[in-house]
Design a protein around this ligand. Structure first.
Ligand code: HEC
Length: 226
């Protein structure tokens, strides 16, 4: 009996060793094609999709959604979207962009698909690893990110001319102000300038991000909560 246990222990160890060696060979040999034009197999894709969706929904669950029907919030989001997102997520009536067909995973056409607000907020703020989706939380406070979420709720219903109109009337995207030579006040300046335009939305994270969410500091720690 003891002998038997000893034997199966050795077998498990050998199997584990083979697995580690095999895994190491797979990684180091270069046999895996990392090219964006070589799609995942169906099982790998499904697994990654479940991982992605669970990771996002678990983290987005506790967010508090502000009033997304606030016209000023929507208008502000329109300017942000037009300035930063259309290359990958398109605009109503526009052609497909040059970058989009080559991206894998391909960015969803947000003029057609309506995103779930909490998940959208989380994805915009934190980005998605190993995809082209950037974490905008490094350079944008929570209120600005909610403005994009508010705009995205309306986008699928917009005609090209409605889109043009709302973008034309939108406040300018001044988030890159710190780059300009004379803009010393940076983000907090942008924040106070806009705070009259929307009833202050609640903070997104009840935990570690809450204290600084409204001081325009989210760019200093975006993404460090995981
Ligand atoms: C360089 C390309 C790129 C840019 C620019 C970009 N995104 Fe994305 N975005 C992606 C990709 C790729 C995905 C899909 C990632 C995935 O599914 O894993 C994505 C996913 C998303 C999603 C999730 C959609 C869903 O159905 O789950 C939202 C919301 C989103 N982006 C919003 C934005 C907003 C708002 C901006 C502008 C501030 C933006 N993105 C800019 C590439 C981009």
């Amino acid at each position: 009996m003891k002998q038997h246990i000893k034997h199966s222990g050795i077998t498990v160890c050998v199997l584990l060793l083979l697995l580690i060696i095999g895994g190491g060979y797979f990684v180091y040999s270069g046999v895996y094609n990392i090219g964006a034009d070589d799609p995942h197999t169906k099982p790998v894709y499904t697994l990654l999709e479940i991982l992605r969706n669970r990771s996002i929904s678990v983290r987005a669950e506790s967010l508090t959604v502000p009033n997304l029907d606030d016209p000023q919030l929507i208008s502000r989001g329109a300017g942000q979207y037009a300035a930063m997102c259309i290359g990958c997520h398109l605009a109503p009536g526009g052609k497909d962009s040059e970058i989009r067909p080559g991206l894998y995973p391909q960015p969803p056409d947000l003029t057609k698909a309506r995103v779930e607000p909490k998940a959208a907020f989380w994805v915009i703020k934190h980005g998605i690893k190993m995809s082209a989706m950037p974490a905008w939380g490094g350079s944008h406070d929570d209120e600005t990110i909610w403005s994009m979420v508010a705009f995205l709720q309306k986008l699928p219903d917009m005609t090209p001319s409605q889109y043009k109109e709302i973008v034309a009337k939108a406040p300018p995207d001044d988030d890159m102000a710190p780059m300009a030579p004379s803009a010393g006040a940076g983000h907090s300046h942008g924040h106070s300038e806009h705070s009259h335009s929307a009833p202050t939305p609640p903070s997104d994270q009840p935990n570690d991000e809450a204290p600084s969410a409204h001081q325009g500091q989210s760019h200093t720690h975006g993404g460090d909560d995981q």
